[in-house]
Design a protein around this ligand. Structure first.
Ligand code: NAD
Ligand code: IPM
Ligand code: MN
Length: 354
């Protein structure tokens, strides 16, 4: 198992160090794990004036999987766009062809009270958001800032989805739904956007190949509302890049904290990049208070999807559950009566439970 480790910025290095502890524990248990570190994001800019240094992309391509922390920081916010940390992330996703981004939102029974929503709304929740990751307004050309004939300046971006892009992610969505509760809700804005009208047409076509899956469509504004009104109505949510970005952050709060939400970004062959859904959290960086569980659970997804070891994924998830049962909580999921611990102590407990 050759894994490229890209800590990135902010809390990235802290949380990735915790996930690496888990990988090291698995290695001393007999798994053949090789890890190599490289820079991405602001760290890439600092080291090589490039948010995705060539060596990082090369290492990632040569590895079976990539473990990533997060990118971004205040000190980089005014750089020209190609130099910004976020570009490093977008380029590695595109460069590795990682079009299918799986963002599962699961509520652990131990955390039903950590959610800002009522326990009866969220308990038992288990939904999978499948976000298309290499298309949409994120990558559409042309884009930029221009001056109009009347002299006024204007910012602009282009949203588009080609048929093959929609088709391949739709197939992934239906295949995931087949292994779950066989319900897929495609989320779009087809009442306004041509891109979405086209998306809906293609998804409906692909659905014919999966008659066992119940397909529904929902407008994204309604979906945002339904996610907090009655989230358990969903099984798989299939959506585009920007809607998926927003809805997955929203869904994270059903689970208690964005610090709990892992992700897998896969190519056609299940080679993948694994990262928490949250960002570099510069407001809490360097304080040993970040929640490392999203990153540790991303390692579980890596074992399942890239390495075909659901047994190890299960072991990691069980260890996380055990630590939550012991009452350990980082600040973001803390509730009265529990034991508040830092980032490193939390992962030490997971390793012990493992
Ligand atoms: P963020 O996700 O970094 O933080 C949002 C809030 O959640 C903050 O209050 C933060 O402290 C908290 N939070 C996030 N992760 C946490 C964790 N593991 N434990 C406890 N609390 C946690 O989003 P933001 O503040 O909008 O963005 C900060 C920077 O991160 C920006 O530069 C942004 O571009 C970048 N970003 C990167 C990624 C990524 O690398 N995948 C994702 C989102 C944002
Ligand atoms: C995420 C982040 C990224 C995105 C940014 C940092 C480019 O918000 O991974 O969710 O928008 O995809
Ligand atoms: Mn996001």
């Amino acid at each position: 198992m050759k894994i490229a480790v890209l800590p990135g910025d902010g809390i990235g290095p802290e949380i990735v160090a915790q996930a690496v502890k888990v990988l090291e524990a698995l290695r001393s248990d007999g798994l053949k794990i090789e890890m190599e570190h490289a820079h991405i994001g602001g760290a890439g800019y600092d080291a090589a004036k490039d948010p995705l240094p060539e060596a990082t992309l090369k290492l990632s391509k040569e590895s079976d999987a990539v473990l990533l922390g997060a990118v971004g920081g205040y000190q980089y916010d005014n750089l020209p766009r190609p130099m910004r940390p976020e570009q490093g992330l977008l380029r590695i996703r595109k460069g590795l062809g990682l079009f299918a981004n799986l963002r599962p939102a699961m509520v652990y029974p131990e955390l039903v009270n950590a959610s800002t929503l009522r326990p009866d709304i969220v308990s038992g929740l288990d939904i999978m958001i499948l976000r298309e990751l290499t298309g949409d307004i994120y990558f559409g050309q042309p884009r930029g800032i221009r001056t109009l004939e009347n002299g006024e300046r204007q910012g602009f971006d282009t949203m588009h989805y080609s048929e093959s892009e929609v088709r391949r992610v739709a197939h992934v969505g239906f295949q995931i739904a087949m292994k779950r509760n066989k319900k897929l809700c495609s989320v779009d804005k087809a009442n306004v956007l041509d891109t979405s009208m086209f998306w809906r047409e293609i998804v409906t076509e692909v659905a014919k190949e999966y008659p066992a899956v119940a397909l529904s469509h929902m407008y994204v504004d309604n979906a945002a509302m339904q996610l907090v009104r009655a989230p358990k109505q969903f099984d798989v949510i299939l959506t585009g890049n920007i809607f998926g970005d927003i809805l997955s952050d929203e869904a994270s709060m059903l689970t208690g904290s964005i610090g709990m939400l892992p992700s897998a970004s896969l190519d056609e062959n299940n080679k993948g990049l694994y990262e928490p859904c949250h960002g570099s959290a510069p407001d809490i960086a360097g304080k040993d208070i970040a929640n490392p569980l999203a990153t540790i659970l991303s390692v579980a997804m890596m074992m399942q999807y890239t390495f075909g070891r659901p047994d190890i994924a299960q072991r990691i998830e069980t260890a996380v559950r055990k630590v939550l049962q012991q009452g350990l909580r980082t600040g973001d999921i803390y509730e009265e009566g529990k034991q508040k611990v830092g980032c490193a102590a939390m992962s030490d407990a997971v390793v012990a439970a493992l």
